[in-house]
Design a protein around this ligand. Structure first.
Ligand SMILES: [Zn+2]
Length: 584
C-alpha cells in the first residue's frame, strides 16, 4: 500500500483541470467543464470534469474517475504507473513504494518488465547474428522473406533458439526471479522446469510510440502451431491498446496509414519504402486502436486478405475506423495474395499505383459483389442489388446515400427511383428494429438488469438507487461516513447489495481520520467498479440536494426496506431472482 498521505500529497499538487486539458479541449459550463470524450467516439460533448471534487464523468460511455484513473485510461497505464507519472509531475519520488506494491499485485514491476524486454531484445538479436545458432532464422528473414539487413536492424528482429531455456538462463544470470521471468512472458513451466516461452521462433519486438520495447511477437519456422505467439498483457503492455510499427509510421509524411494483417506485411512494406504501414497484434482492430490511429492520421487504407474472413474483417474495420472520423479506403491487389508478395512480384512503383487507385467503401462493396455474383444473370443481379440496398440503407450520411443510389442505378441498369424506394423501405425496417432495441435496453438499464458491476441492483432498483445516493454523498462529503441516523450509525448491514456493502466497508476501513481518498479504491476494486463509484459521485455533483436531510432520507429508505423484507425475502428467493434474470 502506498500511504494515503503520499497519495493526497500527489493529488494536491496536480490539478485535474490542467491535466485533462492537455488531452481534451474543455469548455466551461457553470462550475464544471465539458469536452468531447477521449474514451469513446462522439460529436456532442458528454465528458464532464468537476473541479470541485477533482473528478470526471462521461454521460456517454460511463468512464469516470479522478486524475489517476484518467491517466490510467488515457496513457494506458496501470494504477502504480499512473501514480508514478503524476508523482513525477509533482516532483515526488515513489520508487520506495513501487516494489512493495508490485509484489503484492502482479509479482513483477513495469520497470522490471521493460528492463527484461530490452535484455531479451538484445539476446534475440545476438542469437540471430550468431553464425551457427541463427542460421535457420537468417535463412527465413533474408532468404525466404528477402528482407534487407537495414530493415532487420531497424525493427530489431531476432531469434530465440530451439535449445529450450537459453533466454531463461540468461535472465536468471542477470538476477531476474523465476516469477518475474514467467510474468514477463519469457518463461513457461513444465514439470517444475522453466523453458523459453518463445523457443524456436523468429522474434519481432513491439515498440511503443515512446520508443520502449513493450512486448514481443514470435513466429515459428516450421508448420507447428500456433504460428504466431505474442506476449500477453503485462504491467508494461496491453495487447488491445497498441499497434505494431506505429512508432515509425507516426513520423511518415504520407498523409495516410496502411493497416495490414501481420508483422511480416508491415516489415516488407517498410523495407520497400512504405513507412506508413501498421498492424494490430494478432487481433481485429478495436475502438481504442482506432482512436489511437486517429491521433496520427485521418486516412487509413486497409490491406486485409481478400478471402471471406478478410472481407468480414474489412467490413468491421471500416465501421470502427469511420466512427472516429477516419476516411477509409481499401487496397485491391490482383495477382498476389498480400502486399509482400505483390511488391516482390511487381515492384514498389506498381504498389504505389495500387495505393493511388485504392477503393472507397462503396466501390469496394460493388467489387466484392462482382466477385460473388454474375451480374449478367437476372436472378443473381437481384440478389446483388438486394445487398447493395442494405449497404446503402446502413450509410448514415444522406449525401453519401444519394450518390450511392445514383451509382447503383447506373451499375445495375435499373431506375434510380426503384433503388431509392428499396433503400427507404430498408431504412424504415431498420429504424423500427433499432427503436425496439433501444427501448429494451432502456428498460433493462432502468431495472438494473445486466448490471455486471452491481448484479444485485435489479433485486430492488429503488433501494439500490438509495444506496448509491448514500455512497455518492459520502464520497462528496466524507463527514457522512460516521453519521448517526435515527439513533444508530450507518453500517455495512444497512446495505442490501453486496457491492454497496463492500464499498461502504472499504470506505470506513480506510478513513481513520474521517477523510476518504477515492484514489485508494484502485488498490482493491477493478476498473469498472472504480468508475461506478465515481459515477455515484458525479450524480451527486449534478444535484443540488446533498444536505444531511437528503442523506438521512436515503438511509431511512434502506432501513425501511430491510425491515419490510426481513420477513418475506429469503436467500432462496434472491437466488431464484438472479437465476431468472441471468437467462434473459
Ligand atoms: Zn465517453
Amino acid at each position: 500500500m502506498i500511504p494515503k498521505s503520499v497519495i493526497e500529497n500527489i493529488k494536491a499538487r496536480c490539478d485535474i483541470e490542467t491535466l485533462i486539458s492537455s488531452y481534451v479541449n474543455l469548455k466551461r459550463t457553470g462550475s464544471n467543464l465539458k469536452g468531447l470524450c477521449p474514451f469513446h467516439s462522439e460529436k456532442t460533448p458528454s465528458f464532464t470534469v468537476y473541479p470541485g471534487t477533482q473528478s470526471f464523468y462521461c454521460f456517454g460511455c460511463g468512464a469516470a474517475g479522478d486524475a489517476v484513473s484518467f491517466l490510467m485510461k488515457a496513457e494506458n497505464l496501470d494504477y502504480m504507473a499512473a501514480l508514478e507519472k503524476l508523482a513525477q509531475r509533482a516532483g515526488i519520488n515513489l520508487s520506495e513504494y513501487e516494489n512493495d506494491y508490485r509484489q503484492k499485485s502482479s509479482g513483477v514491476t513495469r520497470t522490471r518488465v521493460l528492463e527484461m524486454n530490452l535484455e531479451a531484445a538484445r539476446f534475440f538479436r545476438d542469437q540471430l547474428n550468431d553464425e551457427q545458432t541463427g542460421e535457420k532464422a537468417r535463412a527465413y528473414f533474408f532468404g525466404k522473406r528477402r528482407l534487407s539487413t537495414h530493415i532487420v536492424r531497424r525493427f530489431g528482429l531476432g531469434y530465440d533458439p530451439d535449445r529450450g531455456d537459453s533466454l531463461v538462463k540468461k535472465l536468471t544470470e542477470l538476477g531476474y526471479t523465476k516469477e518475474e521471468i514467467t510474468k514477463g512472458f519469457f518463461g513457461r513451466e513444465y514439470n517444475g522446469r522453466q523453458y523459453d516461452y518463445f523457443r524456436g521462433r523468429v522474434m519481432f519486438p513491439i515498440i511503443d510510440t515512446a520508443g520502449q520495447v513493450i512486448a514481443f511477437g514470435g513466429r515459428v519456422l516450421d508448420d507447428s502451431k500456433p504460428k504466431y505467439l505474442n506476449t500477453s498483457d503485462t504491467p508494461a503492455f496491453k495487447k488491445l491498446k497498441n499497434l505494431f510499427a506505429l512508432n515509425y509510421a507516426k513520423n511518415s509524411k504520407a498523409g495516410f496509414m496502411i493497416l495490414c494483417e501481420g508483422y511480416m506485411d508491415v516489415i516488407s512494406l517498410h523495407d520497400a519504402g512504405f513507412e506508413m504501414a501498421v498492424a494490430t497484434l494478432g487481433t481485429a482492430i478495436n475502438d481504442e486502436q482506432a482512436r489511437l490511429l486517429s491521433k496520427y492520421t485521418n486516412k487509413v487504407i486497409l490491406s486485409y486478405d481478400s478471402d471471406e474472413a478478410g472481407q468480414k474483417a474489412t467490413k468491421r474495420a471500416i465501421d470502427i475506423l469511420e466512427k472516429t472520423g477516419i476516411e477509409v479506403r481499401i487496397l485491391k491487389l490482383t495477382g498476389a495474395k498480400d502486399p509482400d508478395e505483390y511488391i516482390k512480384k511487381f515492384g514498389a512503383d506498381a504498389f504505389r499505383k495500387v495505393i493511388e487507385s485504392s477503393l472507397g467503401k462503396f466501390e469496394y462493396k460493388i467489387d466484392t459483389l462482382r466477385g460473388k455474383y454474375d451480374l449478367s444473370v437476372s436472378e443473381q443481379k437481384i440478389r446483388a442489388l438486394d445487398e447493395v440496398t442494405y449497404f446503402i440503407a446502413d450509410t448514415q450520411s444522406r449525401v453519401e446515400r444519394e450518390i450511392y443510389i445514383k451509382q447503383s442505378s447506373e451499375i445495375f441498369g435499373v431506375s434510380q427511383k426503384s433503388v431509392e424506394e428499396d433503400v427507404l423501405r430498408k431504412r424504415r425496417i431498420k429504424e423500427k428494429k433499432n427503436r425496439g432495441e433501444r427501448k429494451d435496453k432502456l428498460i433493462a438499464q432502468t431495472a438494473g438488469l445486466n448490471d455486471r458491476v452491481n448484479p444485485d441492483f435489479a433485486i430492488d432498483p429503488t433501494l439500490a438507487r438509495a444506496e448509491e445516493a448514500v455512497l455518492g454523498m459520502i464520497f462528496l462529503r466524507n463527514e457522512y461516513i460516521s453519521r448517526t441516523v435515527d439513533g444508530s450509525p450507518l453500517c455495512e448491514e444497512d446495505f442490501s447489495t453486496a457491492f454497496g456493502a463492500r464499498l461502504f466497508r472499504f470506505v470506513s476501513e480506510n478513513s481513520p481520520d474521517g477523510r476518504f481518498d477515492m484514489t485508494l479504491l484502485n488498490e482493491t476494486f477493478n476498473e469498472g467498479e472504480v468508475a461506478r463509484a465515481f459515477r455515484m459521485l458525479a450524480e451527486r455533483n449534478e444535484l443540488e440536494n446533498n444536505g444531511s436531510e437528503a442523506f438521512d432520507g436515503c438511509v431511512r429508505v434502506m432501513r425501511d426496506s430491510k425491515a419490510r423484507n426481513s420477513a418475506g425475502s429469503s436467500l432462496e428467493s434472491i437466488l431464484e431472482f438472479r437465476r431468472k434474470n441471468s437467462k434473459q
